[in-house]
Design a protein around this ligand. Sequence first.
Ligand code: FE2
Ligand code: FE2
Length: 492
Amino acid sequence: MSLPERVANRKIYLRADEVPEDVRQFIVKMLTVQIQSEYADAPDRSGSVCPTVEDKAWVDFQIAQEKEHGLGVSRILQDMGVDPLPYIKEAESSVTVGGRKLDYFRLRMEDWVERSMTRVLAERTGGIQSIGGLGASYVPLAVWHAKNYVDEALGHTAQGNLYAKRLVEEGRREECQKAIEKFYPSCLDIFGGVDTPNEKRYLELGVKTLSNNQSRLLWIKSLERDLKAMSLEMPSALWKGNRRVYPEESLASTGLYLEASDVPAAVRPLLAKVISGWVQAKYARQNEMAVFAAPTPEEKLAVAIQYRDDRKWGLHTARMLSALGVNPDPIADEAERSLTGGEHKVDFLKQPLPESWVEICLQQWIAARASQTASLATFGSCLVPLAVWSGIHYDGQEKIADQWLQRAQALDRASIREAGPKILAAWYGHALRAFGAGGSANEAAYCNAGIKMAANDQVRRIFVDLLGRDAATLGLSVPDHEHSRRQMSAAA
Ligand SMILES: [Fe+2]
Ligand SMILES: [Fe+2]
């Protein structure tokens, strides 16, 4: 079984200076629209329409998150050499102004019912649109989409659902239904045209992985599911926007599963295997003695916080496994109970942690960088919650790897010179093997099922490159390429 074309041709850019000019142009084109959406909600969408103090607090929380999204977009634009401020100023100047502003943002919300129902409809467009960016070739953009999905789909939309449910229970179903009819067409239009030359380029360049109409379909399906649960109805003309009537789309064409319950029986065991590997990695607790080795109260707290976050990411993978019908408890338990136990545990995590703080700093830097990079393989994965988790986990592990590297950088150079080569010799080979064999039957099966979207060797090369850059800042060098190659073929 060979790798599918999308994996064989997969491009992954970590830094703006690696991004080719045509990709850069299309990222900028997309984000200058996005930025006007993030800043379009002021000033007439204030908390004054909210009926309770709880709701007023929620609006401020939500608006703060929109500014976080805006800051994320601004940073990517700046990295791409574009000043975001003129776009922000224009978007904020009035409800109707903004050359890159979507029609939806020019509509007025009259009251609390409309505000609540736009949470259900329009916030959902933001979340769903991010699905098509979870496998974007530019990693900071893919990570932005993962965070945006969490806020928009699991936060703003979910809160809207709660409000809508409350309104229906208060007997205001008809008003809610009227608001759905008012805003639905302009929300459909948010996804953009069909088969346009622009859209074709976005897909070819790997800036997006779903067509506009595929995203539109996912939005319809997601909305349908939630409205049904609240005994509200979809408009009769499902594909009729204000700008045009869109052609119907098939769910199979997306290759995606919005929720674990949508995954077909044939794909479940493969997904469960990949996720079990992460569950065991997160519950292995190889590193838990590092809190005791940390030299100051500040460092002990910082390390404990890292473990808290790691456990949280572990919990998310365990929940995904549950949703697939696999009990995660014995799998987590098996990994945690002993150092060498765990059917899905990689060899790296079966080694004892070194004892001294300097050695721990170096070992944990390698561990976190490997964990960060390994999550790249499931960016844009077919199971949307896994794809989202991968982006969030990548970002978190990158910060943890940076922290360990900074700790090592702050230690005296003589001790790094002494411990560095020893730690690299002991751990680097295990780290390389953790990415899985290149050209194996397992790899092909994961890639053909759409679970992994990048080849093991490609991800491993990125790790080698990142670790090499880090090591140079410590005056160390990673074992040479010949050695890496041998390690890689040993893995195969
Ligand atoms: Fe947003
Ligand atoms: Fe939002």
